[in-house]
Write a protein that binds this ligand. Structure first.
Ligand SMILES: [Zn+2]
Length: 230
């Protein structure tokens, strides 16, 4: 019996380009006249469907890899289009926003964790404008959760800052993030993934500071032996 074939593929857990075992495969050669493709005249190609098992985590994925006669690099090598299901995660959800941590850390966060998970899912399917709109909604919900709705964005921001949730530097960053979300909603701004990564770094930091780290520290306080009075 021959050894199973292997290939490099992306894994949500282990990262891009990891060794995978091919446990099932099917290929079909095609051309533009077969009724399955709408790519114009005289185009042909081949599609490979494979079920893969990651060598690192044993995770199973289904991959479609397709070459066609019109898509190749400067060396004349075919450039495939690749689809993987489930899609590799674009950005990992912070550990404090998963499992039991979610229940322990987000007692007062309202719908913030729910919206945060939707933002990560929209990243995975490259809906970057929707991600940015979602980030703006999270920021606005955080302010209202903490200080109530004062009627306008500026009034909410002032109250949120006065309540000690933002320093003057963080207040400016918060305003820029909100404005980016507004631009996606109303000014046709289509953010790049790199822009979203910068904003998500700041968003995760803000959420963790307000909802996670403080509650963890408060729990830690209950485990610290009290000073004995002399
Ligand atoms: Zn893996």
């Amino acid at each position: 019996m021959s050894a199973p074939e292997s290939t490099k593929s992306d894994c949500s857990v282990c990262g891009p380009g990891k060794n995978h075992t091919i446990v099932a495969s099917f290929e079909r050669h095609w051309d533009s006249g077969d009724g399955r493709h709408d790519m114009g005249p005289s185009i042909d190609g081949v599609t490979y469907w494979t079920v893969l098992v990651c060598g690192g985590c044993d995770g199973v994925t289904f991959r479609t890899l397709e070459y066609n006669s019109e898509h190749y690099d400067q060396h004349g090598r075919g450039v495939p289009s690749i689809e993987i299901f489930p899609r590799p995660t674009t950005r990992k959800i912070p550990i404090w926003a998963t499992g039991m941590n979610l229940l322990i850390c987000f007692k007062k966060a309202g719908e913030v964790p729910f919206l945060l998970h939707q933002v990560y899912r929209s990243l995975d399917v490259e809906c970057y404008s929707l991600s940015l709109m979602g980030i703006r909604t999270i920021l606005e919900r955080m302010m209202i959760n903490e200080v109530g709705d004062k009627g306008t964005f500026n009034a909410n921001l002032e109250a949120f800052t006065a309540a000690g949730h933002l320093s003057s530097i963080e207040k400016e960053a918060f305003t820029i993030m909100i404005d980016a979300g507004h631009a996606a909603s109303h000014r046709g701004h289509h953010p790049l993934l790199q822009e979203l990564e910068v904003i998500l770094d700041a968003l995760e930091n803000t959420i963790a500071r307000i909802y996670v780290h403080n509650s963890r520290i408060q729990e830690l306080k209950t485990t610290i032996p009290q000073r004995q009075k002399p």
